[in-house]
Design a protein around this ligand. Structure first.
Ligand code: ACO
Length: 364
């Protein structure tokens, strides 16, 4: 049996496809094509509905999201009660469940849009509200990406930086049968509601082998700091048999196309600042060392992390940002699963003992 279902196709899908040659398409469009031309809402519409929207369709979709940004005070109260020690993803997951319980939306599409809109507000507030600070509120006049960024940080980003942030969100939106989307599909196949499926997706995203890797990569950059120490750091990680966070992928073995684009954006961001580019040199140095030693390329998390850092976003918010974007992909999977539903209930090869005789507890 292939461990971790590696190489096993579990369903047909029309949503997206990544391949070992470094290609990624959303609904047939190569990721670089979307990164160069599309906005976040436009891409979200494409991922959810299977086609690029007309102006009218995009307007209605954007309006639908904007009108659902308001998060009930009760949810912020729950966040606050969890306290400052709570992990940000646990805070969002609990909040997503709470939203499901107080939700007034009637249609499944309404519930999904409510979740998609509000997840950005939860992501921006999952650190500050449990610490006792007031929630940051969205601004109805802003697009999804600008809104999320202005809630995440008080630093004012320039036009290029805002454009880059939107690209990173587009990259995080969807990625075929990743662990959290598969989790969402399993829950959807039981016909549970979208909130339940998203809460399960969030649980799956938390782990450092999946969504948690962007935070871990940034912690590594902050620990190593000096580009001259990149090789020394790698040697010590290899010696201890530690995984280097932000490297490796189940599908991409040559390169992750999203990481390549993010690397270019990072370089450009630093060039425009005309200051210290040691963060770029450090990332590049570790990447080169990793390729030389193990032929393992960096993934999206590796280059998204320094971009978020330059934008002035707190490190514990990196995985919540991933969630705020990926929820759109999760809902596309939810819908596709439900439309062609069959309960996901695989088999397992039993390799345990058989025919044992019960022994009373006193004689064990
Ligand atoms: N650092 C060091 N060695 C690694 C790394 C890494 N980051 N990734 C893989 N390897 C090695 C493994 O040790 C293993 O070596 P071995 O065959 O000698 O035992 C080999 O490469 C295969 O690795 P697996 O973990 O078995 O590959 P798998 O396809 O199961 O894992 C995964 C993919 C989980 C992403 C893995 O590469 C990893 O743990 N990376 C670090 C965490 C990370 O960056 N996750 C983000 C994924 S992308 C995303 O969610 C946006």
């Amino acid at each position: 049996m292939p461990k971790g279902l590696a190489g096993v196709s579990v369903t047909d899908t029309r949503i997206s496809k990544s391949a070992s040659d470094g290609s990624l398409v959303y609904r047939g469009y190569p990721i670089a094509e979307l990164a160069a031309n599309a906005g976040f809402e436009e891409t979200a519409y494409l991922v959810l509905k299977g086609k690029l929207p007309t102006k009218t369709e995009l307007g209605a979709f954007t309006k639908g999201l904007r009108s659902r940004l308001d998060v009930d005070r009760k949810v912020f109260d729950i966040m606050r009660d969890l306290g400052k020690e709570a992990h940000p993803i646990d805070v969002i997951r609990t909040s997503a469940s709470a939203l499901g319980s107080i939700d007034q939306e009637e249609s499944v599409e309404g519930k999904e849009m409510s979740l998609e809109a509000k997840m950005s507000v939860l992501a921006a507030n999952c650190l500050r509200v449990p610490r006792g600070e007031d929630p940051r509120r969205p601004k109805e006049e802003l697009g999804f990406s600008d809104n999320l960024l202005q809630m995440l940080t008080t630093r004012k980003a320039d036009e290029y930086e805002r454009w880059v942030f939107e690209r990173v969100l587009i990259f995080y939106m969807e990625h075929d049968m990743n662990a959290s989307s598969f989790t969402v599909r399993v829950v959807a196949s039981t016909l549970a509601d979208p909130y339940a499926a998203a809460a399960a997706g969030l649980a799956s995203l938390k782990g450092p082998l999946h969504g948690g890797a962007n935070e871990e990569a940034m912690k590594m950059f902050l620990e190593v700091k000096d580009p001259a120490k990149a090789q020394e750091f790698l040697q010590s990680a290899f010696k201890q048999g530690r995984k280097v966070m932000g490297f490796g992928h189940r599908v991409y073995k040559q390169f992750d196309p999203r990481a390549r684009l993010c690397k270019e954006y990072l370089r450009e961001m630093l060039k425009k600042r005309r200051g210290d580019d040691s963060l770029y040199r450090l990332c590049d140095g570790i990447e080169k060392g990793m390729w030389e030693a193990k032929k393992i390329p960096p993934n999206l998390d590796y280059y998204a992390a320094p971009i978020f850092y330059l934008l002035g976003i707190d490190v514990p918010l990196y995985t919540p940002i991933f969630a705020a974007s990926r929820v759109f992909g999760w809902m596309a999977h939810y819908n596709e699963q439900v439309e062609e539903n069959k309960l996901i209930r695989p088999d397992a090869i039993y390799v345990g003992p058989a025919g044992l005789k019960y022994e009373p507890i006193e004689s064990r």
